[in-house]
Design a protein around this ligand. Structure first.
Ligand code: COA
Length: 258
């Protein structure tokens, strides 16, 4: 499917979704948000996709929600249209593994979009920030909640209250980012990692994602019970039998997603 603001390529079981509004540093307007929600939902349902990668350009993953589009809106308008609600809910509902590959500016809604992914890989040029306070608004696509869970209250407050930018090294140190690569190597390294994930059992990868996500939503006791039930349920799959047999027979497993 052709998009106005995205370039989507599916190869080797990975959907590479590239934000493509270069004139506005990939600022997130209603079109790009709608198309992103459609593209990730389609990738989630596509048998040829086992891992999704969201990326931007070298200069910007995304420089935030589109200020030009939002500036004149009233409370009643953004409330009634539920600005960004349905799209961010759709992105967060994706059940397949989804990686953000971040180069350059990753600000406001851009940072929030990256945090909707399962983990973030960054170029050494990446700059993260929640500068909404400078525009007279708090974050509105999950930043106050997801950044706080990822990096803790102190640094989250620092980022949201000062609006400062954080370099890739600091982002890795505080747990926002899982790994940092030289900018030129980011996409190649990300696709290698996506390829590794795509080799796993899709069923197991989806169980893992569901279990880790529970940790953000519930108490430790409930999360541990949920994990144990998913762990037990995995023994009903052919892929568990195959994975363990392959280990004991010292060969590579042939997973069939069953
Ligand atoms: N919304 C709308 N347009 C944006 C944008 C945004 N969030 N971020 C950048 N752009 C546009 C600029 O208006 C400019 O368009 P123009 O050439 O038509 O004027 C273009 O993208 C390039 O941006 P520019 O500011 O000229 O680039 P820069 O390299 O000097 O600065 C940033 C880059 C990211 C520091 C700066 O663009 C910025 O601060 N952006 C806003 C960040 C922000 O507040 N995000 C949170 C939004 S809720």
């Amino acid at each position: 499917m052709a998009y106005q603001t995205l370039i989507v390529e599916i190869e080797d079981y990975t959907a590479l979704i590239r934000l493509n509004r270069p004139d506005a540093l990939n600022a997130l307007n209603t079109t790009i948000m709608r198309e992103l929600a459609e593209a990730v939902t389609a990738a989630d349902a596509n048998d040829k996709v086992r891992c999704i990668v969201l990326t931007g350009s070298e200069k910007a993953f995304a420089a935030g929600a589109d200020v030009r589009e939002m500036a004149a809106k009233s409370f009643a308008e953004v409330f009634v249209e539920n600005l960004f609600g349905p799209e961010t809910d759709a992105i967060a509902r994706v059940r397949k593994p989804m990686i953000a590959a971040v180069s350059g500016y990753c600000l406001g809604g851009g940072c929030e979009l990256a945090m909707m992914c399962d983990f973030i890989l960054a170029a050494d040029t990446a700059k993260f920030g929640q500068p909404e306070i400078n525009l007279g608004i708090p974050a509105g696509m999950g930043g106050t909640q997801r950044l706080t869970r990822l990096v803790g209250k102190s640094k989250s407050m620092d980022m949201h209250l000062t609006g400062r930018f954080m370099e890739a090294a600091e982002a890795e140190r505080c747990g926002l980012v899982s790994r940092v690569f030289p900018a030129k190597a980011l996409i190649e390294e990300t696709l290698k990692i996506a390829g590794k994930i795509a080799e796993k059992s899709m069923v197991t990868a989806m169980l893992v994602k569901e279990a880790v996500d529970r940790a953000q939503e519930t108490t430790l006791a409930e999360g541990l019970l949920h994990e144990r039930r998913l762990f037990h349920a995995a023994f009903a799959t052919e892929d568990q039998k195959e994975g363990m047999a392959a280990f004991l027979e010292k060969r590579q497993p042939q997973f069939r997603d069953r």
